[in-house]
Design a protein around this ligand. Structure first.
Ligand code: PNS
Length: 162
């Protein structure tokens, strides 16, 4: 049984993330989405909200589970018995840092392989940070995030729009 771990911040989950989750769920026996609980960062959505959103958008994918971790990804991967790390590559600009991360993780834990998914072209320019920025100025984000997530993101900025 091959378990893949898909780590990230997911602040919030985007259509690009969801596309990768769906494709991975068709390939691996089990996909564990692991949200980094990074206390140094101040996310827009707290951990519980991010878990809830991911649970909502993956409810029709029975082999996908959502969890969070803190500390090193390789330690958490070992703990849950993951064999593969999944990361999406949107553009060449992602590649350098992703390659470095993959090689570091491989050095730390040789049994864990990183596999890159080429992000579908229609999502290749989307990032959670641009989604947050567009929403903060009242712009339309419905083409970038799953429908269920839209209102939650706007809700975070309502106070700005009076
Ligand atoms: O969605 P993101 O913010 O690009 O995800 C980055 C993430 C969570 C995959 C990365 O920061 C991570 O794995 N952090 C855990 C700490 C760790 O293991 N660092 C060593 C690997 S370079």
């Amino acid at each position: 049984m091959i378990t893949a771990i898909y780590p990230g911040s997911f602040d919030p989950v985007s259509n690009g993330h969801l596309d990768i989750i769906k494709r991975a769920s068709g390939i691996f026996d089990r996909v564990v989405i692991a949200i980094l609980n990074n206390r140094a960062k101040r996310p827009l959505f707290d951990l519980e909200e991010r878990i809830e959103m991911l649970e909502e958008v993956t409810q029709d994918l029975p082999n996908v589970t959502i969890t969070s971790f803190d500390g090193l990804l390789v330690d958490f991967s070992k703990k849950i018995g993951a064999n593969v790390i999944i990361r999406g590559i949107r553009a060449v600009s992602d590649f350098e840092s992703e390659l470095m991360m993959a090689q570091t993780n491989k050095q730390l834990y040789d049994e864990l392989e990183t596999m890159f998914f080429a992000t579908s072209a229609k999502y290749s320019y989307i990032s959670s940070s641009t989604i947050r920025e567009i929403a903060s100025f009242g712009g339309e984000i419905d083409q970038f995030v799953p429908q269920e997530i839209c209102e939650r993101v706007y809700g975070k900025y309502k106070y700005l729009q009076g």
